[in-house]
Write a protein that binds this ligand. Structure first.
Ligand code: GAP
Length: 516
């Protein structure tokens, strides 16, 4: 059995379109760059990712609560946060064909060097020195780069004036900061605690690209984790197990030497060497890295990358990305900054509210410290999970998604439509749909139907045949191994629950039939 993975991002985009995962938005009008729609299969997988994230980081924890804020907020939020002044990318125009280009991407693509942290001056100098021309028309002279703000603006209210401009949120985080005091008081939260939010974010990217990797409308799942500023190294959850946890990492020092290789080390070692500066930051990096591995992401395909000093965002005391090995290179799927006291200090200054927290131990008012901001792009997680699960075997294609992410848990397939098989299958579907995500399919040959289920990552296929009508047994087929067993319908629900939770292997139930 040979296994091959995805070769290019266009291959994955075609796969997603053909199988109902993702379509270009408004494609009947030629599409709109940077906007994508999730289809019937894609929205199931996306919801599964969201549900697992929320269950893991909100429902299963006593120290994190959730909110669901608006996507348009008061413009002062973005003034205080620094987004109006600092949330920019370097924009360059071609003087001949008017193509708009993101300066750092132009340098990365033409000179094959990292350019995230280059200043406008450095980009200008490199373009001149290396005589870089427009990548579209190949001959056009380029303008000098200028700062271009990524926020989408809109008008609120019927009267258009200077005060009516508002912004679509470029991150979900700021709504959390603006609601900090309300949440803390109403949910009676005491430090340390976190506030989580998931939802849409919008960035008017200069060059959206690489399918859903960089789009203009996307979703984020974020937590702001607040601790006492004197206790960032006082994490009671920091166990030996976490300290011994192995990760792959590329440090800032390595990158500054021009080396692009990562090393394997432990969370404990990174803390000891002060590469990760606080226990709380280390703890959350561990939580998020582990989440990917527990959902079957291959260990060799993810790593941490420490931000170099020059590339740190205006609010950050230190940032690590989780990167995935995409067909177009290692790229960020998750960002986790130590935001310090920046945001609450700013909103405390700009707003009319007192955003301090009364610390009973010291009897003092303090500004809580955001030791970690786990910031997960949902669409990038989706893309990474799909690429990781995309498997070509010798004689079939299969999407080996973790059971928690699979869009279909049970496919119910009558062998034929005649002699009562379809009706028996429909009865079974009506029972199983109460507990499982089910698909009923009676179209085409059984082999072709198995293939369709494999292609979208459906976990178990149940076949109803002539024997079912005689002895009430069905065939259950496992997506990953193609193994089949014969099992009585009365035992089916219990078997499926245990299989989906990975408590048992298929061959531990019923009579083993072999592969198929
Ligand atoms: N609150 C912090 C923040 O927003 P970020 O690194 O700008 O930090 C966090 O974004 C995550 O959001 C990224 O790791 C990525 O997964 C996702 N993201 C950012 N821009 C995106 C875009 N244009 N398209 C898709 N996902 C994006």
């Amino acid at each position: 059995m040979t296994e091959k993975s995805v070769k290019s991002i266009s291959e994955i985009a075609s796969f997603c379109k053909e199988n109902g995962l993702i379509y270009p938005n408004s494609s009947i009008y030629g599409g709109l760059a940077g906007f994508w729609d999730y289809g019937p299969v894609g929205c199931e997988i996306k919801n599964n990712i969201k549900n697992d994230w929320w269950k893991t980081f909100v429902h299963k924890r006593e120290d994190v609560v959730g909110i669901d804020g608006t996507t348009i907020t008061h413009p002062s939020v973005w003034k205080a946060s620094g987004h109006i002044d600092c949330f920019t990318d370097p924009l360059i125009d071609c003087k001949k064909c008017n193509t708009r280009i993101r300066g750092d991407h132009l340098i990365e693509d033409t000179l094959k060097i990292p350019a995230d942290n280059l200043s406008l001056k450095e980009i200008t100098e490199l373009i001149k020195k290396k005589n870089i021309k427009c990548p579209n028309c190949k001959t056009g002279e380029l303008t000098n780069p200028r700062n271009y703000n990524l926020m989408f603006s809109t008008e609120v209210g019927a009267i258009k004036d200077d005060n009516s401009t508002a912004y679509l949120r470029p991150e979900t985080a700021q709504v959390i900061f603006a609601d900090f005091k309300l949440v803390q008081k109403s949910a009676r939260m005491q430090l340390p605690f976190g506030i989580a939010q998931m939802g849409k974010a919008y960035r008017n990217e200069i060059s959206p690209r690489d399918f859903i990797f960089r789009s203009r409308e996307f979703e984020q799942m974020e937590i702001e984790y607040f601790v006492h500023p004197d206790k960032i190294n006082d994490c009671p959850n920091m166990t030996n197990e976490i300290k011994k946890f192995k990760i792959q990492i590329i440090t800032a020092q390595t990158q500054e030497k021009g080396d692009s290789n990562h090393i394997e080390t432990t969370i404990g070692d990174l803390l000891k060497k002060k590469i990760i500066k606080s226990e709380w930051h280390a703890y959350w990096l561990y939580q998020m890295y582990k989440w990917f591995l527990e959902l079957d992401m291959k260990y060799e395909n993810i790593r941490l990358r420490e931000h170099m000093k020059a590339e740190l965002s205006h609010y950050s005391e230190g940032t690590f990305d989780i990167e995935y090995r995409f067909p177009f290179g290692w790229k960020e799927i998750h960002g986790m900054a130590d935001r310090g006291c920046f945001d609450l200090t700013q909103h405390n200054k700009y707003s009319t509210e007192d955003l301090t927290y009364f610390d009973q131990e010291s009897n003092k008012k303090i500004i809580p410290y955001v030791a970690a901001e786990p910031s997960q792009g949902l669409d990038r997680a989706f893309l990474a999970f799909i690429i990781d699960a995309y498997t070509k075997e010798k004689d079939r294609f299969v999407l080996k998604l973790h059971p928690k992410l699979a869009p279909v848990q049970v496919a119910i397939l009558p062998l034929m439509k005649k002699d009562g098989m379809k009706e028996k299958a429909r009865d079974l579907f009506n029972i199983l749909k109460e507990d499982f995500t089910c698909l009923f399919d009676d179209k085409g040959s059984i082999g072709r139907r198995y293939s369709r289920v494999d292609e979208i990552g459906g976990l178990y296929s149940i076949t109803i045949d002539y024997d079912t009508l005689k002895d009430n047994t069905v065939t259950v087929r496992d997506r990953d191994t193609t193994e089949q067993i014969r099992i009585n319908i009365d035992q089916l629900e219990n078997a499926l629950h245990n299989l989906i939770k990975r408590k048992n292997k298929l061959t531990e139930f019923g009579k083993v039939m072999g592969k198929g």
